[in-house]
Design a protein around this ligand. Structure first.
Ligand SMILES: *Cc1c(COP(=O)(O)O)cnc(C)c1O
Length: 381
């Protein structure tokens, strides 16, 4: 790939010495599980999110699952979320023992459509789980108002939204709790798996702190039936280095998005929109176009690492057959899953890269419309 979807090589070249020093110091102290480096990262990331607590865990999936378990959400309960999301959002609801209730997203921002929530609420509903999808914050005030009216919890899936702001506030501090992922390709990514729960709820934080570590916060005392899902100390050391660059990286992502929108202003595609009250962090730059699969293939042939997020809505995945509920057909989700196209996006793209992607995308679109015209005129013969 000449222009990959995400360029992790460049990121690690730039931070080579700092990352290697951080890893070397962990090895030198032979301190590999939890410990000072994990504590320090948790303090720094909680502060970054303007929240009281950050409890790190082994992955974003575990962060979501333990959040729900810690809230006492389980069998017989329902959690409302979006049908267009990464599979982990809905899997976590199932792993907690509850049922995912899948509704549509807003057509412009691809985030949970608040207008669809009320009619999906039943006596079993316990929580609403909006996703800040592609790095664009969900409409949290409206969602919170609905939750308050019905006595529901709000859990943010912030796995794609480290640093994004909603009405000036950071994602991660907007609901009862938020789950983050530090999968390598995320805006803040480790050199392997990692995740965190961020919350202002003291008792939830305390429960997850025990649950991630065999149910124990005091050696040899096991208060609950815990798991082994901890952030590696090595990863915490790496994340502390990268956290210092997160804001400038996110600023560059927004710059890349603005250049894409400029270059593609006259193209026959639907560009991502920004709601007025948010500062998105463009984990992905997702457009919509006709003949998506042909366009995608042409881009890949030219060495451009475009992708699809996500080609199959949750309720059409085999793992969820009989294991989720769709109260009404999610028309936007169904309409866009064959049109979504993610263009390369990362903080290390140059203006030339962005222009090249835009140019190749436009060529692919022109090429397709010529083929279409030709086949139309041949019908006339
Ligand atoms: C990446 C991601 C997750 C899961 O994170 P992992 O660390 O891979 O388990 C959950 N939700 C969304 C929206 C994601 O993008």
């Amino acid at each position: 790939m000449t222009i990959p979807l995400v360029n992790l090589h460049r990121q690690h070249e730039e931070l080579h010495d700092e990352i290697h020093d951080a890893i070397a110091s962990v090895i030198q102290r032979a301190d590999f599980i939890l410990g000072a480096e994990v504590d320090a990262f948790e303090r720094e990331f909680a502060d970054y999110c303007d929240a009281e607590h950050c409890v790190t865990v082994g992955s974003g999936l575990d962060a979501l699952t333990l959040t729900m378990k810690g809230m006492g959400i389980g069998p017989g309960d329902e959690v409302i979320t979006a049908a267009n999301t990464f599979v982990a959002t809905a899997l976590a609801i199932q792993h907690a023992g509850a049922t995912p209730i899948l509704i549509d997203h807003e057509p412009q921002t691809y985030t949970l459509d608040p207008r669809r929530i009320s009619s999906a609420i039943t006596s079993r509903t316990r929580a609403i789980l909006p996703i800040h999808l592609y790095g664009h914050p969900a409409e949290m005030d409206t969602i919170q108002a609905i939750a308050d009216e019905h006595g529901l919890l709000v859990i943010e899936d912030a796995a794609q939204a480290h640093g994004a702001r909603y009405n000036g506030r950071r994602c991660g501090s907007l609901g009862n709790a938020a789950a983050f992922s530090f999968y390598p390709g995320k805006n803040l990514g480790a050199l392997g798996d990692g995740g965190a729960v961020v919350t202002n709820d003291d008792s939830l934080a305390q429960w997850i702190r025990a649950a991630r570590n065999y149910g124990s916060t005091v050696k040899h005392r096991h208060a609950i039936r815990g798991f082994n899902t901890r952030l590696d100390t090595l990863q915490a050391a790496v994340l502390r280095v990268k956290l210092r660059y997160l804001d400038p990286w996110n600023a560059t992502r927004r710059w890349v998005a603005a250049r894409y929108s400029e270059f593609l202003g006259d193209a026959d595609v639907i560009l991502p929109a920004e709601r007025e009250n948010v500062e998105p962090v463009y984990h992905l730059f997702v457009i919509r176009c006709e003949d998506r699969d042909v366009v995608l293939q042409q881009l890949q042939d030219k060495g451009i690492g475009a992708g699809i997020h996500y080609p199959t809505p949750i309720h059409r995945q085999t793992a969820f057959s009989g294991g989720c509920y769709v109260p009404s057909p999610p028309a936007n989700t169904e309409a866009c899953c064959d049109q979504l196209l993610s263009l390369p996006m990362c903080p290390f793209m140059t203006l030339d890269d962005i222009e090249e992607v835009a140019h190749e995308l436009k060529s692919a679109l022109v090429c397709i419309s010529r083929v279409a015209q030709k086949s139309e005129s041949s019908y006339g013969i």
